[in-house]
Design a protein around this ligand. Structure first.
Ligand code: ATP
Ligand code: MG
Length: 581
């Protein structure tokens, strides 16, 4: 490829709306252009990267025994009604109607479609197990599309679905996919950590996310992990053991005390001269429009996904001050945030108020708790006597670094991660409601035992930028770089330089290297800047030293420079590319 012909426009500045490195770099270096919120054009350089990521995925999925197919992007409502997700999937599902007023959606994921295909074809246990995958565009009307390709609304995903006859078969395929994922990300130049996670809208019980660990804003997940054993979990799933704490107050009897202006836990602790560990706090949430009160030890925070799962819902948020006031008034109280408690709260606008107690509160004694009266608290309270312990007791607590590993008891650490892949054990979550069955060896119908396995293709490419860059631009891993090498003649007017540059370029191309010849009549500085920004793994510069038979060879990853013979430079690149294949 001649640079003069290449469809690329690099920018002088980073785009002003970009917050994270990959977004900034990919726009500035001419890889992507935004079409509308969360929707991007993949320009030729980006498309080359995407195709390389896809091909690595393809090779490894095929090697693992999966078979590729392609399902439509537009899906009919009827299948989603069969699975029960037409109602359950929240606002992320992009719904539309055709000219006959038939309802459809843009596929955010394809469990329903693949299950309908399977039940049509896989009628006997003899045909199982099977794993089918596709690489396809997905659409999710994300609440906050951001960070360029990391969280788009339209994005490319590889999604695979396995069908089997037993949990053992599923376990085996799950491990098989786990190993394939490890290889895929490694080949893309990414180190990943597999962490336990919540299954979210996909469902099922066991699931793991593959995280690229990063200390930047691009890591939207908090990952808790233990260095001593292999425990690692997303914050929406992480559990921990708590170090010893005083969880019983010193009062000998329950009484109501004045606690003026103690809106925060700190103020209440200060006023009563007690640690937060003897206070039970009550927080008001709205889950799918319904009020839910979370009750937890006051020094701990609620993890919203865990709380949402404890009551079953698809959307959660903390209640506003106005909503809290309204709930209070409608239950005959006038308290505000800081004084809320479960006693006396029953319903709100015709819906019963639900209560969930975190496991941390059940052993607390002689505690302090809100009683829905402004500037007052109950102290010395006990479950059963003064306050009912809710029946719904669950782990709804956000783990914290320094708490103890649930496996081995060593202190947990926390870091941030970008989720590039996710594997799920679905069991019969789709096969049962969709009546997707096969005949077993005894002639009995059985639902398939399913798994599903996703990789964000475009997110993986962006994550690779997050993991490989410097202030000058991208440092693509060789395996997914749009081109392997750029050959730069310093002066296009210099005949010798041009001849050697052309010779090197031709040799490289002949040996299967994807090379670019920067034949533009530009200053060398401009060409070097673009080469760094675009992120070619290797740069061969043909300048004045060619009269001594030497070119400058640069390795982008390490920024190492050396003056070597043209044949040597070509040889290094050819060898690196050959070894990679
Ligand atoms: P997230 O928690 O980041 O919203 P998810 O858990 O909902 O993602 P999955 O349903 O597990 O996503 O989808 C499989 C993979 O698709 C993810 O691991 C991720 O790599 C990718 N992916 C999901 N949502 C997006 C998005 N909005 N933009 C780009 N890639 C995405
Ligand atoms: Mg996921």
């Amino acid at each position: 490829m001649k640079m003069s012909k290449m469809f690329v426009q690099t920018l002088r500045e980073f785009p002003s709306d970009a917050e994270v490195v990959s977004h900034k770099m990919l726009v500035r270096a001419g890889y992507i252009r935004k079409l509308t919120m969360g929707v991007y054009n993949y320009l030729p350089l980006m498309w080359r990267v995407i195709r390389k990521v896809e091909n690595i995925i393809r090779e490894e999925m095929d090697r693992a025994g999966a078979q590729e197919l392609l399902m439509p992007f537009v899906q009919p409502k009827e299948l989603w009604e069969e699975s029960g997700r037409w109602g359950a999937y929240g606002a992320e599902l992009m719904r539309l109607k055709d000219r006959h007023n038939r309802e459809m959606c843009l596929g955010p994921t394809h469990e329903e479609i693949i299950t309908s295909i399977a039940r049509d074809v896989l009628k006997s246990y003899k045909q199982l197990p099977v794993n089918l995958y596709q690489i396809q565009s997905k659409f999710r009307d994300e609440r906050r599309p951001r960070f360029g390709l990391l969280r788009g609304r339209e994005f490319i995903m590889k999604d695979a679905y396995s069908f089997g006859t037993s949990q053992e078969e599923l376990d085996k395929e799950y491990k098989n996919m786990w190993n394939a994922y490890t290889r895929i990300f490694k080949r893309c130049g990414l180190e990943t950590k597999a962490v336990q996670s919540d299954s979210g809208a996909i469902g099922g019980s066991v699931s793991h996310e593959f995280m690229v660990i990063t200390d930047t804003d691009a890591g939207e997940n908090d990952v808790f992990y233990c260095d001593d054993c292999n425990y690692a979990a997303n914050s929406n799933h992480a559990t921990s053991k708590l170090p010893f704490a005083k969880i019983s107050g010193d009062w000998t009897e329950a009484k109501i005390v004045d606690t003026p202006n103690t809106h925060s836990i700190e103020e209440l602790c200060e006023f009563l001269k007690i640690p937060a560990t003897v206070i039970v706090k009550s927080l008001v949430y709205i889950v799918d429009k319904n009020p839910v009160i979370a009750i937890i030890r006051a020094d701990k925070a609620v993890e919203e996904t865990k709380l949402m799962n404890a009551v079953g819902g698809t959307d959660i948020r903390i209640a506003t001050a106005e909503e809290i006031e309204d709930i209070m008034v409608k239950n005959g109280f006038d308290a505000e945030r800081g004084f809320i408690g479960p006693n006396g709260l029953t319903e709100y606008n015709g819906t019963p108020i639900q209560f969930v107690a975190d496991e941390t509160v059940k052993d607390m004694k002689n505690f302090v708790i809100g009683i829905n009266k402004k500037d007052m608290h109950l102290v010395g309270g006990n479950w059963g006597k003064d306050v009912e312990l809710p029946q719904n007791i669950a782990d709804i607590r956000l783990a914290e670094a320094g708490e103890l590993c649930p496996n081995c008891g060593k202190p947990l650490k926390v870091t941030r991660g970008i989720e590039v892949g996710n594997i799920f054990q679905l069991g019969t979550k789709y096969s049962k409601p969709m009546n997707a069955v096969y005949l077993d060896a005894n002639g009995k119908t059985q639902p398939y035992i399913m798994g599903c396995y996703g990789i964000g293709v475009t997110r993986t490419a962006a994550a690779a930028v997050e993991a490989h860059y410097d202030e000058h631009g991208i440092k693509w891993p060789l395996s997914i770089a749009p081109y392997h090498v750029v050959v730069i003649p310093v002066s296009t007017k210099d005949e010798l330089q041009m001849k050697v540059a052309n010779d090197i370029y031709n040799t490289l191309v002949k040996h299967g290297v994807e090379a670019v010849l920067d034949d533009r009549d530009e200053r060398a500085g401009v060409k070097f800047k673009d080469a760094d920004l675009i992120g070619f793994p290797y740069r061969i510069t043909v300048g004045k030293t060619i009269t001594e038979g030497l070119v400058e060879f640069k390795v982008r990853e390490t920024e190492e420079l050396s003056n070597i013979k043209p044949e040597e430079a070509a040889e290094i690149v050819v060898t690196a590319v050959t070894n990679m294949k």
